[in-house]
Design a protein around this ligand. Structure first.
Ligand code: MN3
Length: 217
């Protein structure tokens, strides 16, 4: 440390609820391991990768990922993987809540019907995409600014992010085994079915509104 720059490291955001708040859909032990060990490891390794280049600290994580191609080549992959892990998990905790309203309303509900036919069709396609994702990864609901902000379901491997594909993530489900294995074992489709019981649709609707104001700007 030379002291001339004092940019803050990336930090692990606290969970917005207790470890046991999402029971019985996600057990407290899974939440504790997932947040305190897995997510923390992404944050720590992201900071370690940026130690040599502290001028890159301080950007919102999505902006850092958007500018990946500008980063020194020797840390680009690490920032992609660890920064992606941090961004995806930070969004994931906010997309969850103890008592879901069960479905969206307002403009988001209308857009889901416009782009997927019905809410049930949307859920089915989302679950299928998550089930079919080979190995570790995520399934996202995104808006696509290059296609009039249409909604799309996008499965992504490992810790890839919508940002690097020019998409805007509204919600996501973690289909890495660490997200569900203690309770659901190898039954990933069961995890995806239960996931709907803990989606914070108000938060997703807010992301949806934000995605429109961003593209209008
Ligand atoms: Mn995870």
């Amino acid at each position: 440390m030379n002291g001339s720059t004092s940019k803050e490291n990336y930090v692990l955001p606290p969970l917005p609820y207790g470890y046991d708040a999402l029971e019985p859909v996600i057990d407290a032990e899974t939440m504790k391991l997932h947040h305190d060990k897995h997510h923390r490891a992404y944050v720590d390794k992201l900071n370690a990768a940026l130690e040599k280049y502290p001028q890159w600290l301080g950007l919102p994580i999505d902006d850092l990922l958007r500018r990946l191609h500008e980063l020194p080549e020797d840390i680009r992959q690490a920032v992609h993987d660890q920064g992606g892990g941090h961004a995806n998990h930070a969004l994931f905790w906010n997309v969850l809540m103890p008592k879901s309203a069960g479905k969206p309303d307002g403009e988001l509900a209308k857009a889901i019907i416009r782009d997927f036919g019905s809410f049930d069709d949307f859920k089915k396609k989302f679950e299928e995409a998550g089930t079919k994702q080979f190995g570790s990864g995520w399934v996202f609901l995104v808006t696509n600014p290059k296609d009039q902000n249409r909604l799309e379901i996008v499965p992504l491997p490992n810790q890839e992010t919508p940002v690097e594909h020019g998409l805007y993530g509204l919600m996501l489900c973690d289909v890495w085994e660490h997200a569900y294995y203690l309770k659901y074992n190898n039954r990933r489709p069961d995890w995806l079915k239960k996931f709907w019981d803990i989606v914070n649709w108000d938060y997703v609707a807010k992301r949806f509104a934000d995605s429109h104001s961003r593209s209008a700007a």
